[in-house]
Design a protein around this ligand. Sequence first.
Ligand code: SF4
Length: 129
Amino acid sequence: MILGQVADRRCAVENQCDPAVRSEGDHVKMDLIKEVFLRVPAEWRGLGVIGGSGLVFRDGYASFNALARFEVPIMEASDIMGCMCGSILRGVATPLECPLFGHACNTANPIGPGMVSREGACFIWYSYP
Ligand code: SF4
């Protein structure tokens, strides 16, 4: 699609999935996912608990559950003092509104997840002012 745009000397946002994805979804894959996983409430950083947003293995697939097979400590997703990542994730604040942005929190010394990841809003905002 990109080569077609170059050849046509035009630029546009085009969805490559359109020819391959049906609006009703892929029932074979959807049925497999329903067979293996159970939807449960899950906690999301900055968003809180969202019902049905998490997946756990159903009983028949428990042998694949690393949490059951190995002793993995579950740590609380505590908020980082002063970090506004939750508000930024929800789109109610920009990184510039965070008092730590560019001072205590920067790409060399990231404090919150938004600055840790190269895809994070804070990382991008800081890197491309
Ligand atoms: S990642 Fe850093 S700059 Fe972004 S909201 Fe958190 S503390 Fe603030």
